[in-house]
Design a binder for this molecule. Structure first.
Ligand code: HEM
Length: 240
């Protein structure tokens, strides 16, 4: 680099290309981070939610009745309907409580000496938060290990104890989008299909290993289209 007559820096073409390349790599990395952080977490949450519903057919029935009465049997739910769907939201909250997609959040580093829960944490210490354990702590939750979506139906009382997206400044920036995606996807699946377990036995809820918490055994399930599918498909055909 050399200084031009007016004092600004003239960047040599080769250096400019390097800067350009580095900027592109940075953009690609950010896009990749969004894809990785956003897709698997939402997909895994949807699979756990469906598994919960199949093991609790009464809750599935209640969610379907809510969708039929609040949205109707002919229209697919839209974002505006969501505020009326308390049962659907409770199922998602209970799924995120029992099966948080990022059970240890992301590693955090203390930038200064601090105290967390009575423990002295020196500067530059890696801190992992076990959300999975906190979400199942019987001192925090009634009947902690059982799936009871109705615990979230009586208002906000228990919601503040949930932290599947982390808390504070480094909390998940995609939390709002994730809630919307999962709500719309799960709601549409319930609206459009009848769901049944493959056999008599309950869906295996064992957790597998991974950065996001997958099911050890992938969900297999039977489904049958509901009448609303006729409307939706004929609308699609007519609009082509
Ligand atoms: C059910 C779905 C999701 C769950 C459970 C989830 C959960 C989390 C958690 C626990 C963290 C770490 C927070 C912390 O350490 O305190 C995180 C970070 C992050 N999430 Fe999500 N997430 C989900 C969906 C999404 C979506 C849809 C996007 C964007 C499209 C997204 C983008 C990110 C990004 C970029 C970070 C890193 C933030 C940072 O480093 O400061 N996530 N997420």
């Amino acid at each position: 680099m050399r200084e031009s007559w007016d004092g600004s820096l003239l960047v040599r073409p080769r250096l400019r290309m390097d800067l350009e390349k580095r900027r592109k790599v940075k953009q690609m990395k950010s896009l990749l981070a969004l894809l990785l952080a956003g897709t698997d977490t939402s997909a895994v949450t949807l699979e756990w939610a469906m598994s919960n519903l199949l093991n609790h057919p009464d809750v599935l029935k209640k969610a379907r009745a809510e969708l039929d009465s609040q949205v109707g049997k002919k229209n697919l739910l839209e974002e505006l309907d969501v505020s009326k769907l308390h049962c659907l939201q409770s199922i998602i909250s209970e799924t995120l409580r029992l099966y948080p997609a990022a059970p240890l959040l992301l590693p955090h580093m203390s930038s200064d000496d601090c105290t967390v829960g009575g423990y002295n944490v020196p500067r530059n210490t890696m801190l992992l938060v076990n959300t999975w354990a906190i979400h199942r702590d019987p001192k925090v939750w009634d009947d902690a290990t059982n799936c009871k979506p109705e615990r979230f139906e009586c208002g906000e009382a228990d919601l503040h104890k949930l932290m599947p997206f982390g808390l504070g400044r480094r909390a998940c920036p995609g939390a709002g989008l994730a809630q919307r995606i999962v709500r719309l996807a799960l709601g549409s699946l319930i609206q459009c299909f009848e769901w049944k377990r493959v056999g008599e036995e309950e869906v295996d809820m064992t957790e597998g290993n991974g950065v996001t918490m997958p099911k050890a055994v992938a969900l297999e399930v039977m489904c049958k289209a509901r009448p609303i599918m006729n409307n939706l498909l004929s609308e699609c055909v007519n609009s082509v």
